[in-house]
Design a protein around this ligand. Structure first.
Ligand code: FRU
Length: 468
């Protein structure tokens, strides 16, 4: 019962039981959005990977579908072999997925640990492996740190199928590129992109290359120093190699990883990420499940050439009531906007007119605990402080968020029972899972120190469940 579980997000994808990580195979296919994910049904921890599956008419209301891909039977107890991450494309009406077939070499000595396999479906639910599996039986040379997470796309430059695969070599991440005319026979094109140093990670997982405006974007995910980071590069692509102008971290928060994107019928570039981190404590394990996906987001390039994100417009359809709004207000002492565990908050802060340098919005809060979103005017730093948020989390996360030219900072905040996603008007975002200990921790309170905070407006909209 999703409603009875105090830590169960109501409008984010979570597994009914067991574990999920990366979103896989995201696509708009025959009028519906499809979301697959790395899944282990047996326990709320990583194990032999399956692909779970849900679909949606609007990218915010989901319907569970049968498990799409299941791992081979274990060769010995403890064999972790399974179906790793991958992607989906439409091949003339056939839903076609490419994924990493992982073979646990501890249980299967001498096997090639990671190969690329494919499967097809005509009804969008039942998948049959293609007869030519594995379509890529060996990694290319120079892949000493993994070879996985194929992302297939139709290349508009030469109209061929292309596949980006994550890897690493001598302490630097890299992405390999393959090409195909028929989605079965793949020829190695070469190295699509490569980190210049260990600073951008030793292995690039879950690569995703796509055109955005007149630029190309490469998403890649890295694990360094106990932190999983969703990184990106913006640059140019000529059909074989990608040349980065800049690299960045997509989300300043701690829980955005393995993002995967797709283009919908309106030409929007939509993205969903695993809303967790490989070192997360996952306090929901006590309730038999772990892992959640982010809200679907729309990607765009900012005026500064960074990759920005905002929640998909369809989030409005999750509303279960009218927004409660307030007009201009000067906050000099704590001001409680309301109480909610599941809501959308939008506010326009008049940064220019406020006299305080630091102000905050407390979320999921009570006298016992709370998450604090702080803004420091002098530096433009937006901080999400989860050190006192409840179970499992104990860190502060920061990004830079600039007010617009009129001095207004717009924030769009999605609160769910165990997550906070903050989107600033300039495209910056902070995402974190939080796990309040008490159900009373629902207060939403503005506070200020050493001056006043001018609010132009606020609105709070109740949001309902994704499950129809
Ligand atoms: C990323 C990742 C992928 C891999 C999958 C396994 O989070 O490590 O590289 O395919 O998870 O579940």
């Amino acid at each position: 019962d999703y409603a009875a579980d105090p830590l169960r997000p109501q409008y984010h994808y979570t597994p009914y039981q067991g574990w999920i990580n990366d979103p896989n195979g995201v696509i708009k296919w025959k009028g519906r959005h499809h979301l697959f994910a790395q899944y282990y049904p047996g326990a709320p921890k990583w194990g032999p990977m399956h692909w779970t599956h849900a679909d949606s008419p609007d990218a915010v209301h989901w319907q569970q579908r049968p498990v799409a891909l299941t791992p081979p039977p274990p060769s010995t107890p403890g064999d972790q072999s399974g179906i790793f991450s991958g992607s989906a494309v439409d091949d003339d009406g056939t839903l076609t997925v490419a994924y990493t077939r992982f073979t646990d070499t501890a249980a299967n000595p001498g096997a090639t640990p990671e190969t690329v396999e494919m499967a097809t479906s005509t009804n969008g639910s039942d998948f049959t492996p293609v007869s030519g599996n594995p379509v890529i039986p060996q990694p290319p040379p120079g892949s000493d740190a993994g070879f996985r997470d194929p992302k297939v796309f139709k290349d508009p430059l030469d109209d061929k199928w292309k596949m980006a695969v994550g890897s690493g070599h001598e302490g630097r991440g890299k992405v390999h590129l393959y090409a195909s005319d028929d989605l079965r026979d793949w020829s190695y094109t070469g190295v699509l992109a490569e980190g210049e140093s260990a600073e951008t990670g030793a292995m690039w997982e879950c690569p995703d290359l796509f055109r955005l405006g007149d630029k190309w974007v490469l998403l890649y995910s890295t694990n360094e120093g106990g932190q999983s980071l969703q990184r990106y590069a913006v640059g140019d692509y000529d059909g074989t190699t990608f040349d980065a102008d800049r690299h960045g971290v997509l989300d300043g928060g701690g829980d955005t990883y393995a993002a995967q994107s797709y283009q919908d019928d309106d030409g929007r570039r939509l993205m969903v990420a695993w809303m967790s981190d490989w070192s997360a404590k996952e306090p929901t394990r006590v309730n038999g499940w772990a892992g959640a996906q982010s809200i679907h987001r729309e990607l765009f390039l900012t005026d500064e050439g960074k990759l920005g994100q905002r929640p998909v417009a369809e989030v409005a359809e999750l509303a279960t009531g009218d927004p409660v709004t307030t007009g201009p207000r000067t906050v000099t002492e704590p001001w409680k906007l309301g109480s909610a565990r599941t809501a959308r908050l939008r506010t326009e802060l008049d940064i220019g007119a406020s006299t305080a340098d630091t102000f905050a919005l407390r979320l999921h809060s009570s006298s016992a605990e709370g998450t604090e979103l702080r803004y420091e005017k002098s530096t433009g730093t937006l901080t999400l402080d989860t050190t006192d948020a409840g179970y499992g989390t104990a860190r502060t996360w920061s990004t830079t968020a600039r007010p617009d030219k009129h001095g207004i900072l717009r924030l769009d905040i999605l609160l769910d029972r165990s997550s906070v996603e903050v989107f600033a008007g300039d495209g910056a975002a902070l995402t974190a899972r939080v796990h309040p200990r008490y159900e009373e921790s629902q207060d939403i309170v503005f506070t200020t120190t050493g001056g006043d905070l001018r609010l132009r407006s606020t609105s709070r909209t109740p949001l309902g469940s994704s499950w129809t």
